[in-house]
Design a protein around this ligand. Structure first.
Ligand code: PHE
Length: 328
């Protein structure tokens, strides 16, 4: 019986089988247990010796079961460790990495330039009222810029701002001079879309108001921006033109070397001028002067990189966008 028991123990393939073997020999009705129970039936002189032998066998089977259990548990653990092992030398999963849009990079660059000069940054609503977009900016009622050709009107009589200049008025209403502020933002024009015109584009507006702000300060600010963007000593020019909310008004250009053709040329950027007295009156400012300028950000991004079609800024074509990853 001992040989059978030991053979069954070492043949047990798992803990479940081992438990069955234990019950068969050592359980309440186990074969060895029954032998012990049968001792009483033996003649007294045989009992001692038989008891010793049975107990020895019982101890041997118990010991064999303990060893077998330990071995099976170790094997199970080894198997689990092998199954759950992680190969730390495998290459990781590469997550696709996004990047900033070229227009965002150009905008950040401009904001860096102006915040370094002490300007605040403010933003305003894209959905505007006639009051802020036109009226308070001294647009005469019959001004062509109010023409529905140019402006997207909403059914409730509001509009998508056609420039960032309405923020001049909004900012002045909530701040006291002196101050310097720049306003980046999206603007909308209801015009035929082609390679150089989009129904939406971005502008940067600057407004400086104080006690003795002059046209020379305006020229100085534009010079500073030009030098910061295109190198020290970059020339700029102002040519007289009309905007209702400035007087005198001008358009401004930067003389630069075209990075692709290598030719020197004037890059027409935007409009500028001294804040019109009627605008100051509308916000209740007295005894101050100020200048403002505004320009399209797309132009600053299109021309340097030779992008032929403004629409490629908005189509989300990754082949286009990837070319400018980390460009600035
Ligand atoms: N808002 C004008 C435009 O969109 C530009 C401008 C800004 C002109 C500030 C003068 C002063 O064309």
């Amino acid at each position: 019986m001992l040989e059978d028991a030991l053979g069954a123990v070492s043949a047990a393939a798992d803990l479940q089988e081992l438990q069955e073997v234990r019950v068969r020999y050592l359980g309440k009705k186990g074969l060895l247990t029954q032998q012990l129970k049968g001792l009483g039936a033996l003649p007294p002189d045989e009992r001692r010796e038989a008891g010793r032998v049975i107990n020895e066998h019982k101890a041997a089977v118990e010991e064999a079961i303990r060893e077998r259990r330990a071995a099976l548990e170790r094997a199970a653990l080894d198997e689990q460790l092998a199954r759950e092992a992680v190969d730390v030398t495998l290459p990781g999963t590469q997550l696709p990495q996004g990047g900033l849009h070229l227009l965002t990079m150009v905008t950040h660059r401009l904001l860096d330039v102006f915040t370094a000069l002490g300007y605040e940054v403010a933003v305003g609503p894209e959905l505007e009222t006639d009051h802020y977009n036109f009226e308070s900016l001294n647009f005469p009622a019959e001004h062509p810029a109010r023409d529905e050709q140019d402006t997207f009107w909403t059914t409730d009589g509001r509009l998508l701002r056609t420039h960032t200049s309405p923020m001049q008025v909004r900012y002045m209403e909530t701040h006291r001079p002196p101050f310097k502020v720049v306003v980046p933002g999206k603007v909308f024009r209801n015009e035929a879309v082609d390679a150089t015109h989009e129904a939406q584009f971005h502008q940067l507006e600057a407004l400086v108001v104080g006690e003795r702000i002059t046209m020379a300060d305006l020229k100085g600010a534009i010079d500073e921006m030009a030098s910061a963007l295109f190198g020290a000593g970059t020339r700029t020019r102002l040519q007289p033109t009309f905007f209702p909310f400035v007087e005198p008004g001008a358009e401004f250009a930067i003389y630069w070397t075209h990075p692709r053709t290598g030719r020197q040329e004037w890059l027409e950027l935007g409009g500028c001028g001294m804040v019109h007295p009627n605008v100051f009156e509308a916000v209740g400012y007295e005894g101050v002067t100020g200048f403002a300028f505004g320009f399209g950000i797309e132009r600053l991004a299109l021309v340097p990189y030779g992008i032929p079609d403004i629409r490629s800024f908005y189509q989300g074509d990754l082949r286009v966008l990837r070319q400018f990853r980390g460009a600035l």
